[in-house]
Design a binder for this molecule. Structure first.
Ligand code: FPP
Length: 247
């Protein structure tokens, strides 16, 4: 494993679309569920690596608002895997001072998942060394729909008027209100799309696509993604010359 160069521009927040569990399972003559299990095991490795590299926030697309449409048996296995993974990792999170958060509407998850989530959120709420955010029953379209409903209700109650609707106001009502926008979005398995993930938050994110399937994605692959990110110039609508002057 190569170390990251000193003074390298490490992303503060990496969001990952963990894709390819099913294809990994097929390649290894295993069931899709076995693919998800191996995928779940990679999370700890990537989280440990991210901590070592100095990445403060990691957001993982664990279950999208569209994933409910998968076969019932797969959805159920993913929910049980979620509960099991949370319980198995809680001690480790406390030891490493990792805060656990979620985005998405978790009220639709089975109660045993909600219970495990509430417990780990409470036991890690004071930590700020690193934050793991699981996107669960998350989709950007659902998120923005919830924001609009909330703001309209506030307007109907005369708490806000149209002049209060700014980007900052919308941002403060997103699920990610207290989380900085992702600097880098990684998608594994060769697919090159956002799939309803952090669509507003990704406005100025850098993208990194790799053919590696999620169950094979490890610390070295994360290292490679960060290294490529460090060589990118983020311009936020400015010219390259303007950016150089700021440095
Ligand atoms: C995409 O692979 C992966 C998911 C839809 C779920 C991600 C879940 C894990 C990494 C396991 C851990 C889960 C929890 C809930 C902690 P895919 O099934 O779409 O793969 P394919 O495109 O190759 O079929």
């Amino acid at each position: 494993m190569n170390a990251l160069k000193e003074n390298m521009n490490v992303p503060q927040h990496i969001a990952i679309i963990m894709d390819g569990n099913g294809r990994w399972a097929k390649q290894h003559n295993k069931s899709r569920i076995e693919g998800h299990k191996k995928g779940a095991q990679q999370i700890k490795k990537v989280l440990d690596g991210a901590r070592k590299f100095g990445v403060k926030y990691i957001t993982l697309y664990a279950f999208s608002s569209e994933n409910w449409n998968r076969p019932k048996v797969e959805v159920s296995a993913l929910m049980h895997l979620l509960e099991k993974s949370i319980k198995a990792n809680e001690k480790d999170f406390i030891k490493n001072e990792v805060r656990f958060e979620t985005i998405g509407d978790i009220s639709a998850l089975p109660s045993y998942c909600q219970k495990a989530i509430a417990k780990i959120k409470k036991s890690t709420q004071h930590f700020n060394k690193q934050t793991l955010i699981l996107a669960l029953n998350y989709g950007s379209r659902d998120e923005i729909t919830r924001v609009v409903k909330k703001l309209i209700t506030s307007a109907e109650n005369n708490e806000i008027s149209s002049k209060d609707i700014t980007w900052e106001c919308i941002q403060q009502n997103l699920d990610t209100a207290h989380i900085p926008d992702p600097d880098l979005i990684i998608r594994t398995s060769g697919e090159k799309r956002l799939s309803n993930y952090l669509m507003l938050q990704a406005a100025y994110a850098e993208f990194y696509f790799t053919d590696i399937l999620w169950p094979d994605f490890d610390e070295q692959h994360l290292h490679d993604a960060i290294q490529e990110y460090a060589n990118r110039e983020r311009r936020y609508g400015l010219t390259s010359e303007q950016i150089q002057k700021q440095c």
